[in-house]
Design a protein around this ligand. Structure first.
Ligand code: MOS
Length: 735
């Protein structure tokens, strides 16, 4: 690594989070922790049928509950929630019920108890429609229509190269079918939003990933100018994608607050979260690859069907990602988006990443096996050189990840051919697997403000909220390094649209690139101000001065000034610097972060139980700003991926489309006993745009990698997620 602004020793240090102490001592204030004398509690009124029209609402019994202060329903409020659905207009309170639990109204009451009770007493009269609860039924020509323009959108197309030519040229065509399940976000903090009005100005305490995205959405939906909306998020208890813009509960809090003239806190219960917070859609993917005898994949054809539920918030292509990390000369995919009368879906950590990688990387493993090529060699042969075979990558450490990982994992010693006959297996068998993955690393707009006070303290203002990524700490570290001021002397102000400049917020793995770049610019501007002032004070040339350890010092050691002293002697209250930056990629460029994951699994051939024993995740995300939080990101992503591989899957009722396991008792996110020690290694490659993304990429390769290791251990290829013991035992001829 060369030309970096950070010295190596310092860079490789790990920094605990600047807000860590507050979080672990319970001082951190989350949305539902705010309290007001006159606070009202809001609850949603949900449909009791999966599909139909609301014909009438009877609130008379509900209004008799003593503490009720307002009831609002689809009959008297038509507000559109623009961020709530990708292809159609969705109402906050719907009169066309599209899944069991769809929101048709809300109640505000003096206590949680009264609100829950009243919401349950609202009587709704429906005109019932038949429902469709799976892709197959929803695609039938005479299926009940969930949306006026039908249940299917698409195909969404990705195409490059001469696909038919590549298939004609191929020595071998390999195809397979893969399925991934519906997955819940399952973040620790359930949805909550608290709103109040001061005249015509709205304040929302939101549990959002992006205060500015949230403000923009609320302003648009409620027809308010931006400056009439203030969004505050001091702490956020995890956010895996679905709270990145205005949410319906933000709007509901605002609507109820308007009706009652009081602050209203709207909360969802844990069970409600499982149907109302948009989780990951399921996929049904058919892949076909054109391959040469030497193991070069020329082209891939993909056809996929996604069950997106009743509403989808996702804005991308639903199955995509792998077309950029192989060096194929062609790719062609057709993706169908299918609505069903089931819980809605949306962004979740690398929204298309793990499910798309699962299919592609499983298929690559199948091809390598057919050709008897070592899986690592096969991937080295096919790893991306140019994205879509045309775009230049700003940096590319994918091969390094594979090579460094193979070495560290001792891959070539540990890998052996899978057993020929799975039915002959006894006791416990072990196997290893590898998978690669990538995720986009965009660049774009960011802002930051810095001020240096007379006491030498530095204040950093950034629009981050920190959903668990360590963003506050990362931003402070970037300022600290470019200024030469110790982290402890930096106070970060975040999470309030009235106090901080714009940030994209924590979504799309963008904060470090977008906002971090602005922090760097602001720091460089402030540094220059300080050095100019110090030069004036000392009569020494600027370029002979530098800031080190929070003091201005000269290289010859004659000058050593406290930063506060520089401000005071310059006669200023404070020094201020503001930066607004917007990077853009060149037209022929693509920017990605990469990973190669290795693991060993142990399979009990009697019970089909799979244990992940050893896990190595090697990542290339450009420069690593904070090793500690970077490692945590990877461990978190791998843990989520292990869940999605082995235990997590929302089970949809075939009778009414509701989740049958919508709680933490039966929806099994992995616990400590199921997660092995995860070794994390970073390969650093210089990227002209600065540090690359890391938040989402760690979950991308996990599922395929576990599937590949199970195959290596048993000779059984599992193609449906989550991998079940039954399927494995069936594959071994035991069931
Ligand atoms: Mo994310 S799934 O871009 O918050």
């Amino acid at each position: 690594m060369s030309g970096s602004y950070v010295e190596v020793e310092e860079r490789l240090r790990s920094y605990p989070r600047v807000d860590g102490l507050k979080k672990v001592t319970g001082l951190a204030k989350y949305a539902a922790d705010w309290d007001f004398e006159d606070l009202l509690y809001g609850r949603v009124i949900k449909s009791s049928i999966p599909h139909g029209l609301v014909k009438g609402v009877d609130t008379s019994e509900a209004l008799k509950v003593r503490g009720v202060r307002a009831i609002v329903t689809c009959l008297d409020d038509q507000t559109i929630w623009n961020a709530g659905e990708r292809f159609h207009r969705r109402r906050v309170f719907t009169d066309h019920v599209r899944f069991l639990g769809d929101i048709i109204g809300a109640v505000a009451a003096e206590s949680r108890f009264d609100a829950i009770k009243a919401a349950g007493l609202v009587k709704v009269e429906y005109q019932e429609y038949p429902g469709v609860f799976n892709v197959e039924d929803a695609m039938k020509p005479n299926a009940p229509q969930i949306w006026e323009d039908g249940n299917v959108r698409g195909p969404l197309i990705t195409n490059y190269g001469d696909i038919e030519g590549d298939f004609a040229r191929a020595d071998l065509i390999v195809e397979a079918h893969y399925r991934t399940s519906r997955v819940a976000n399952a973040q620790m903090e359930p949805a909550a939003s608290l709103a109040w009005w001061d005249g015509d100005r709205l304040t929302v305490i939101a549990a959002t990933q992006s205060i500015f995205g949230c403000r923009e959405g609320i302003a648009r939906d409620l027809g308010l100018p931006l400056e009439k909306v203030r969004v505050i998020t001091q702490y956020k208890g995890g956010g895996f994608g679905n709270k990145a813009s205005s949410m319906n509960y933000d709007l509901i809090a605002a609507i109820l607050a308007k009706r009652t003239g009081r602050p209203v806190l709207v909360e969802l219960s844990r069970e409600e979260e499982f149907s109302l917070v948009h989780g990951r859609w399921s996929t049904d993917q058919h892949l076909k690859a054109a391959v040469t005898r030497e193991g070069r994949v020329l082209g891939v054809k993909l056809k996929a069907y996604c069950d997106v539920g009743a509403y989808t918030r996702h804005v991308g292509k639903f199955v995509e990602g792998p077309e950029v990390y192989y060096s194929t000369t062609s790719w062609s995919s057709e993706v169908y988006v299918v609505y069903t009368n089931t819980p809605p879906t949306g962004h979740m950590r690398a929204p298309t990443g793990p499910q798309s990688c699962f299919a592609a990387e499983s298929l690559m493993d199948e091809i390598a096996h057919k050709l008897r090529i070592n899986p690592v060699d096969f991937r080295l042969r096919n790893a991306v050189i140019r994205a879509h075979n045309t775009l230049r990558l700003t940096s590319n450490g994918l091969r390094d990840c594979l090579q460094v990982g193979a070495e560290e994992f001792n891959w070539y010693e540990r890998w052996r051919e899978p057993p020929e006959d799975p039915s002959k297996l006894n006791d416990t068998v072990k196997g290893v697997g590898v998978a690669i993955g990538a995720w986009h690393s965009r660049v774009g707009r960011g802002e930051a403000r810095l001020s240096l006070g007379q006491d030498g303290s530095l204040k950093l203002y950034v629009g981050v909220v920190d959903i668990g990524t360590g963003a506050k700490t990362t931003m402070a570290l970037i300022a600290s390094r470019h200024l030469g001021i110790p982290l402890e002397r930096i106070e970060v102000t975040w999470g309030d649209t009235d106090l901080v400049p714009y940030s994209i917020g924590e979504s799309g793995s963008r904060t470090t690139s977008f906002t971090g770049n602005a922090v760097k610019e602001a720091a460089l501007k402030l540094k220059r101000q300080i050095l100019v002032a110090a030069s004036r004070l000392t009569g020494m040339d600027e370029d002979r001065l530098e800031i080190r350890g929070g003091r201005v010092v000269s290289r010859d050691g004659r000058v050593s000034l406290d930063l506060g002293e520089v401000v005071r002697k310059a006669g200023a209250e404070e020094f201020q610097a503001f930066a607004s930056t917007e990077q853009g990629l060149g037209e022929d460029e693509e920017r990605l972060s990469f990973a190669a994951h290795f693991c060993e699994v142990e399979v009990d051939s009697e019970t089909g139980e799979v244990k992940v024993k050893d896990y190595l995740a090697v990542h290339e995300s450009g420069e690593i700003v904070n090793l500690l939080t970077a490692e945590s990101q990877v461990k978190g992503g791998v843990t989520m991926g292990i869940g999605m591989s082995l235990t997590e899957g929302l089970i949809i009722s075939p009778q009414d489309g509701s989740p049958l396991n919508g709680n933490f008792m039966t929806y099994r996110i992995p616990n400590a006993t199921q997660v092995p020690r995860i070794r994390v290694k970073f390969v650093e490659v210089e990227d002209p745009y600065g540090p690359k993304s890391l938040g989402e990429v760690p979950i991308v390769p996990v599922l395929a990698r576990i599937g590949n290791a199970i195959f290596n251990a048993t000779g059984v290829r599992l193609r449906d997620l989550p991998f079940s013991r039954e399927a494995l035992l069936r594959g071994m001829g035991r069931l």
